[in-house]
Design a protein around this ligand. Sequence first.
Ligand SMILES: [Zn+2]
Length: 168
Amino acid sequence: MRIGYGWDSHEFKRGVRLKIGGVEIAHDKGLGGHSDGDVLLHAITDALLGAVAAPDIGTLFSPSDARWKGADSAVFLAEALRRVKSAGYKIVNIDSTLILASPKIGPVSATIRESVSNLTSVSSDCIGIKAKTPEGMGTDNAAIAHAVVLLEPVAKPAHSKSRKKSRA
Ligand SMILES: [Zn+2]
């Protein structure tokens, strides 16, 4: 099995749409960044890349590359999923924690979980979306995301022991 860990942070900015986990959330500020600033998808993407020892998100999708200006972070996640698959693994579960002063994530956490489930093809009961406020951290103008993923090897379809056993 493989474990992967990812971390990301973005600063809140006015005049930007807030997107977390692929979900657009009504708020007076969004997250600045070269792409759409989706802090949760970036953390999950880095966790997946790390689990298969691939280069990190900033190396694969350089902020200095004009192609990724305003990019939908689902594109980055799709590339990480492609690398996980080609390495011969599949996702067992994803857990994450968001740390932000506002908006409240509770009312939208189920929607975010469904979105991450759709983007990763992982059942929503294997996706954890938790949120905390940054008590005493002085990071009220930022959103932070931590994510861990567990991968297991994809079973080889032919010549497996279980297949031989079922034939016997
Ligand atoms: Zn990011």
